[in-house]
Design a protein around this ligand. Sequence first.
Ligand SMILES: Cc1cc2nc3c(=O)[nH]c(=O)nc-3n(C[C@H](O)[C@H](O)[C@H](O)COP(=O)(O)OP(=O)(O)OC[C@H]3O[C@@H](n4cnc5c(N)ncnc54)[C@H](O)[C@@H]3O)c2cc1C
Length: 302
Amino acid sequence: MLNKMISNILPYMPKKLVWQFSKEYIAGETIDDAIIAAKRLNGEGILTTIDVLGEFIKTLDEAETNKHEYLNVIESSVKSRVKGGFSLKPTSFGLLIDPDVCYRHIREIVAKAAEYDNFVRIDMEDSPCTDMEILLYRQLQSEFPKNVGLVVQAYLKRTLDDLKKINDINSSVPLNFRLCKGIYVEPAEIAYKDYEEVNTHYLLDLEYMFKNKMYAGIATHDRRLIDPILKLIDQYKVSKDMYEFQMLYGVTPALRGMLKEQGHRMRVYVPFGQQWFGYSTRRLKENPQMASTIIKAIFIKG
Ligand SMILES: Cc1cc2nc3c(=O)[nH]c(=O)nc-3n(C[C@H](O)[C@H](O)[C@H](O)COP(=O)(O)OP(=O)(O)OC[C@H]3O[C@@H](n4cnc5c(N)ncnc54)[C@H](O)[C@@H]3O)c2cc1C
């Protein structure tokens, strides 16, 4: 109840105050901020995936601007020799306004990344976008098999079937997925709601990926999942170049360090951009349990 109240009033709090919480989870407002954060992580032996904040745009002009922002990020990141790729949300290129325009923008971004032998991950958004984002992946994967990957969400009941269907792609390189639990609020008809149930399906999806020689970006901070995940890696003798762990910027750095020390490849998602305020408050509305963390960050840590 308190969490929900806090998440509702947060958008009306002064931006400066919200930044006190957000700065732990967001690299900053500018490309330079993102590059500095990524290089710092690279220095610890961690790969990155840089994301320009923004989603669910209202006009196609914004899509054009966002494309240029990504092209700049790719150029700057390559120039600065950042070790890592890029993540993007198709709704920030107009997926829900004009899917063809969206496809063309994202194609240009993937082509730019491919020029540098780099990689773009298509984030998975809420369920009205799922089919369109899978289609986008299929289209781009056929042209840039090494340079594009997709996210799948363990909380969606359809995900294992989706993986089985996508596995029909005849690719010269392993298909590349990030597996996450899923962050959006979805109806119970289509999504598992129970924590244990989501975790069970997370492991089933991952097992399917390992069995079918897909590259797995294992995106989780859940300590309780780590042991069974490591057992699966062992069971299927998955080589170190066929999976990686992924975590969000600023989240569970101790767990991140531990896995890294054990010799697993680790990648951190580095979000940055002018739109950090909307991103933080939206995320909070979706996940009000985070409110108590915020209150601690603002009022206890100072
Ligand atoms: C690299 C990466 C990319 C992602 N991309 C997508 C995507 O494309 N689409 C999508 O729907 N979701 C995405 N997510 C979010 C994901 O779906 C989950 O909502 C999120 O990772 C929390 O799930 P969890 O597995 O960490 O487990 P949980 O059980 O939710 O969390 C385990 C613990 O991790 C900590 N924690 C988790 N998240 C946060 C946070 N944001 N802030 C502070 N502490 C936290 C808490 O201590 C929590 O108790 C991504 C996550 C990661 C790591």
